[in-house]
Design a protein around this ligand. Structure first.
Ligand SMILES: [Zn+2]
Length: 392
């Protein structure tokens, strides 16, 4: 064997193992070395050396475990370094939200900057830059700022972060990632918000451990969706896959802003729920509370609208079930609130329509990460290159 080849192979293996250990600690941490040994199938001394290298890189820390009653010296636990951070960004129709998120997947600081109007891409870049300037003291306390991840409510070309179309923001062909990188001096990655939400729920929320998952989120500006297939996000050739909000549920429906007729997001909408509730605006929690109270009180108009929306939602979920054969459908935002009104109902409606074999192992659950979901999803995107290659 040629020595150079052997060295290259060993180095490749070491890099792979470093990423495996950092990934486990990031997703599952804190973890004892013995748990890492078990999870990776590597021997103790190899895991020790990998943890040592990650600690030297400042990416993990080793701590004494909480006191245990077991006899003998407990093995130290490995935790992700919370002082290695990214900046997560979510431009929306009424505000730009910026957060600092640690490698331990906790949101450290979160600033919601209300805009009072739909921000242009240039305004959003200026707002994010200004908020980051305001966060400088907090960022200075960090060991390392890895980059910026952006959750965009629209179609994003992932390779260069160009927002092809964000209909509610009225952005089209905006090189948002490049402009934000130029303004802040940090590397920027951007992707569709619901795709990032799907990944966040899979790693840290209701979808933990699920390899095949469909996530739908209902918000003020429509229905976003993300699909995980075999543990990997379904992206399509450019990152636009999984737009379940624009699949047909009513051929006698109205025209959607996308140009098509009868899309899920025209039939199932927060606006229609607010209208029957007699409300102008509400955040997800207020809407969920008002819906539950109105249903409890038996308000007929609300019951009828809930029925109508659950029927169309069930049609979309039938299609998703037959196409993707998921083990889990996770519903966020007002879709989670609709489902929570009667958690038996939607699974019944879906299993009545879907292929029996596809629906038999399906669970439909409400999202768990709440209002942090997009911050955690955007952070995961920004941490991606570091998690894939910790030593470079
Ligand atoms: Zn549409």
């Amino acid at each position: 064997m040629n020595g150079k080849t052997a060295g290259t192979n060993l180095d490749t293996v070491r890099r792979h193992n470093l990423a495996a250990v950092l990934g486990l600690v990031h997703r599952e941490g804190p973890l004892a070395r013995s748990a890492l040994t078990q999870a990776t199938g590597l021997n103790r001394s190899t895991v020790g050396a990998l943890v040592g290298e990650l600690a030297e890189l400042g990416l993990v820390e080793e701590r004494e475990p909480e006191s245990s009653n077991r006899v003998g010296r407990p093995s130290p636990v490995v935790v992700p370094a919370g002082r290695v951070v990214v900046v997560a960004v979510n431009p929306e129709v009424d505000a730009v939200t910026v957060a600092i998120v640690g490698l331990d997947a906790t949101v450290r600081r979160r600033v919601r900057y209300p805009t009072g109007h739909v921000p242009t891409a240039a305004e959003a870049v200026a707002i994010v830059s200004a908020v980051i300037d305001g966060l400088r003291p907090a960022l200075a306390a960090a060991l390392r700022v890895v980059g910026i991840g952006v959750a965009v409510p629209g179609l994003v070309r992932e390779e260069d972060g160009v927002v092809r179309l964000a209909p509610h923001l009225e952005w089209s062909e905006e090189p948002f990632a490049a402009e934000l990188a130029a303004a802040t001096g940090l590397p920027v990655l951007a992707a569709n918000d619901a795709s990032l939400g799907a990944n966040a729920e899979r790693l840290f929320g209701a979808g933990r451990g699920a390899a095949d998952l469909v996530y739908l989120n209902g918000g003020a500006s429509g229905i976003g969706a993300g699909v995980i297939v075999g543990g990997l996000p379904l992206t399509g050739i450019s990152g636009y896959a999984g737009e379940l909000g624009h699949t047909l549920v009513n051929s006698a429906g109205v025209r959607c802003h996308c140009g098509a007729i009868g899309c899920l997001e025209t039939e199932v909408s927060q606006r229609a729920l607010l209208r029957v509730l007699g409300m102008d605006a509400a955040d997800a929690d207020e809407l969920a509370g008002a819906l539950a109270a109105a249903v409890e009180a038996g308000e007929e108009a609300v019951l009828a609208e809930v029925d109508r929306q659950l029927g169309f939602l069930a049609t979309a979920l039938r299609n998703a079930t037959n196409v993707f054969d998921p083990q889990l459908i996770v519903l966020g935002g007002f879709l989670g609130a609709l489902h929570a009104l009667d958690p038996e109902r939607l699974p019944r409606l879906v299993s009545e329509q879907a292929l029996a074999a596809s629906a038999e192992r399906l669970s439909i659950v409400r999202a768990e990460l709440g209002s942090d979901i997009l911050m955690i999803g955007a952070a995961e995107l920004a941490f991606g290159p570091l998690l894939a290659a910790p030593a470079s």
